[in-house]
Design a protein around this ligand. Sequence first.
Ligand code: NAD
Length: 715
Amino acid sequence: MIYQGKAFKVLEYSEGIAELRFDLEGESVNKFNQLALEDLDQALAAIEQDSAIKGLILSSGKEVFVVGADITEFVANFRLDDDTLFGLVMDVNRLFNRLEDLDIPTVTAINGTALGGGFEVSLATDYRVLSTKGSVGLPEVKLGIFPGWGGTVRLPRITGADNGIEWICTGKTWKPEDALKIGAVDAVVEPEKLMQAAATLLQRCIAGELDFRERKQEKREPLKLPPIEAMMVFETAKPFIAQKAGPHMPAPVTAVKTVQKHASMPRDKALEAEAKNFVKMAKTPVAEALVGLFLSDQFLKKQAKEWIQQSGPVEKTAVLGAGIMGGGIAYQSALKKTPILMKDINQQGIDLGLKEAGKLLSKRVTKGKLDSAGMGEVLNRIMPTLSYGDFGGVDVVVEAVLEKESVKKAVLAEVEEQVRDDAVLSSNTSTISITELAKALKRPENFCGMHFFNPVHMMPLVEVIRGEKTSDETVATVVNYAHKMGKTPIVVNDCPGFLVNRVLFPYFGGFSQLVQDGADFRKIDKVMEHFGMPMGPAYLLDVVGIDTAQHAQKVMEEGYPERMKTEVKTPLNVMFEQERFGQKNGKGFYIYEPDKKGKPRKQVDERAFELLKTVVAEPREFSEEEIIARMMIPLGLETVRTLEEGIVQSAIEADMALVMGIGFPVFRGGILKYIDAMGVDQFVKLADQYAYLGPLYQATDGLRQMAAGGKRFYN
Ligand code: NAD
């Protein structure tokens, strides 16, 4: 043993060859936290002083190579002043430079995933050998930043500017063959041959067969690209990347500009240029939001894990109703390896459910994500049935029959007779109270809500709704099932609309009032899409279904009459009365005609404006700012109410639910993060400015207190 620290060890691998092994104590993965960086400094000092070392392999003692920098340290670091943050980044650069500048050949043996800083450290060695089980990439842009530890400097110098830019700006994780193709790694070998392959490479360097010094030199010099070519590469990349990234994501374009800027510089100057721009990106609200979301996601995963410890078995499940949702649930469960009975009352329903699952699976086969044998296996896990015959062996049942309380109660009571006493029952209802449905059951403690979003295979969120009598074990079992299905469960308490629909309908309320006051719904859609929503509210209502929305609106009005009941006819009511149900019957706020692929294409329909004339004031221009304010205030205030009432337990869960459930823009990090970014006091002021619009715009006392106390939702 040449050196032993808490993160790095330096061992003798074979004569003259040392192994610098990253194996972070007490962690399941390697990440560059402060401790690891300090330890690398010590380990390098030991190597620098040992003249017997003639070659060095950088390796990992974990299954992954290195997942990257420790993102939990980002929040505090990104809040440091510019100079201090710049200093921190440059400290790491100096460290990696020392690795690069060792006067011996170095190679990284990448045994698993090497991402971000984990891949960047490997770029500082002369060679990289990658296991067939490994993968590499620079995902930083997904966090609103770009590689700041030499990634933008070294990768383009190793792979050429165009490849480097593609890797940096897409943030993708690449397979071994992709990495080999562009020269990001020098060899790909089977896992068991990895260390030997790395050692052989070093021996060839030591024997003088390979010129490792030239490798080092290439990375210290400016990028080898003639000026005209350089201009072509960068100037064509910029608009292309800008368009792909969209108006709200500045990091990818700044990354290209950074590479362009330091292309003519030697390494040390180039690293400074990179660090300067990195600091700029780290300070953007987008980076703050995206880093926050990453951490929130980790938090949710940890929470789910804790729940799962209390879970009952989830080996075999059942869904009642093979409709849009039931079919989707069966598909998702089977895909993720939990066998599922799919029961309907008529064969037609079952045929439809199976057809839908078959279609989705065929798509996966076409995309190469599944082979036909795999497809058969998945389909075999869906067991269609018209009877309760096999329900005795079922652990969890999801009810997804039509949205009618009396029917659901009858079906739930019926299935309760067929399952074991400890089986868990759940309902995918969108609007009916879980506590109310539980009244039909003998074992209400074994029942809760399991609210999926449409389309099930695409939407990551599942609201797990706890009724008054739901037991912890029931919640845990359903959380476990959602997790097994690859979904993100968020546990909420029962209330009309649960969490997501409860805050979505006030947003639609804001939309209705704007239209009634003379705003053009197309403009509202455009503004909200520009704000970052996946679709504007009129379009969203058409997609959800005007009839479905009308029904849910009624439930919300009954649940919250003081805020949500309206005396006047709304644009939604008009569409409903005219049987313009949205995409499902080809007309709503817009009209829809199938495109070449058969997908409904939205078009403007003058008739919609004619119909709305009966409920709207004279057309009037609204500024973008006013539209956003009038849409965000009701959404924000209702979210605050759910938090204050304990419907949802934390700001993190509320924001994550909105990001996953309604596509609230990720770069804004969620509505509560949005309020934080604006300042709680400013948000209250804005709400007060629009308070004349009615109760949806009345800030809560709790929020006023937060504003007065200078508090935030996130610290
Ligand atoms: P759907 O009409 O497509 O499907 C309902 C299915 O239930 C039909 O196949 C019907 O034959 C079957 N069914 C009726 N009575 C039954 C019984 N007694 N036993 C077994 N099967 C029976 O409806 P959907 O859109 O899939 O909605 C189902 C549930 O999911 C509803 O509660 C709905 O509110 C909820 N939901 C729907 C969406 C959505 O966007 N469609 C989203 C979230 C939740």
